[in-house]
Design a protein around this ligand. Structure first.
Ligand code: COA
Length: 281
């Protein structure tokens, strides 16, 4: 079986640009967007493309049809692997992890997961790896692994530990019960849940808020928050100061402009919103 290699099916993930946003849509609705090796290959290709494309200031990840994603493809990723040499299994796993968290967690552009429907098992990983997540109120989430005899591996448990409270996490890991978008928001797995008909509009609004801010500052702020959680206070202080001083050079001009608008021109108040960014030709 050609698990990896050969032509990449471009249509398995759709990429569209619209006013600063790259909409990335898992596009295997007939299989509820279950994630298979072909999808991983295409996602890696898309991440490379999007990070280098100026048409993208914010990337949104979502799914076509009734699912965000029904998790890992149980046939292609689990059952078919039984007959493969171990090295193939290892390579296929590496492909998944590469996009689902290694690339996504520290992606060059801010990321929003737009959870439109079923979000099961392995699908938690890209959702948590995105910086922000907005769900439809009636989207259905579940750590269904226990229902069919595996554990939330592939770093799903790590992702869950990052976002959910211990009791909630263990409850859903151990029962495999479904919960909806409202509950996901209440537990902190997603930022908010909105009525389905408002989902795209709300994600667009949020993307516009991010697009109005300096991409360099956002990148430093996102990375810094994620990194310092793993550091002790002394190292964290040093890391943050270094990052801040690095930004002084990278985004110094913009900050000077913000100083000017607040302190001299008095045309903006930092506590109330963002300064008017100078246009870059
Ligand atoms: N892996 C492989 N195939 C999957 C899949 C998965 N994770 N999720 C769905 N599919 C396939 C089904 O086998 C079916 O294929 P078929 O048309 O060839 O029979 C097709 O997608 C549609 O699925 P179906 O179950 O008929 O859709 P539904 O809308 O009635 O139910 C789900 C949706 C998500 C509840 C159900 O498909 C499901 O439980 N999927 C498995 C979810 C899971 O446990 N994932 C964890 C993996 S880590």
């Amino acid at each position: 079986m050609a698990v990896i290699g050969g032509e990449i099916d471009k249509n398995i993930v759709r990429l569209e640009y619209d006013r600063g946003v790259a909409w990335v849509t898992l596009n295997r609705p007939e299989k509820r967007n279950a994630m298979n090796p072909a999808m991983s290959l295409r996602m890696l290709e898309i991440l490379d493309e999007v990070e280098a494309d100026d048409r993208c200031g914010v990337m949104v990840l979502t799914g076509e049809g009734s699912a965000f994603s029904a998790g890992m493809d149980i046939k292609e990723y689990f059952r078919d692997m039984k007959d493969q040499p171990r090295i193939v299994t290892i390579k296929v796993r590496r492909l998944n992890y590469e996009w689902q968290w290694r690339r996504l967690r520290y992606f060059a552009k801010p990321t929003i997961a737009m959870v439109n429907g079923w979000c099961l098992g392995g699908a938690f990983l890209p959702v948590v790896s995105c910086d922000l997540a907005i769900a439809a109120e009636d989207a259905q989430f579940g750590l269904s692994e226990v229902n069919w005899g595996i554990i939330p591996a592939g770093n799903v448990s790590r992702a869950v530990a990052e976002t959910m409270r211990t009791r909630d996490a263990l409850y859903y890991i151990m029962t495999g019960e479904l919960f909806d978008g409202r509950k996901a928001a209440e537990m902190g797995l997603v930022n908010e849940a909105v009525p389905r008909e408002r989902l795209r509009e709300r994600v667009r609004e949020l993307a516009d808020v991010l697009l109005a801010r300096s991409p360099e500052v956002l990148k430093a702020a996102r990375d810094a928050f994620k990194r310092v959680r793993l550091l002790d206070w002394d190292l964290s202080e040093d890391y943050l100061i270094s990052k801040q001083e690095q930004l002084w050079y990278i985004a110094g001009e913009e900050r000077e402009e913000a100083f000017r608008q607040f302190l001299d021109e008095k045309s903006f108040k930092p506590g109330l919103g963002v300064y008017k960014r100078p246009r870059k030709e």
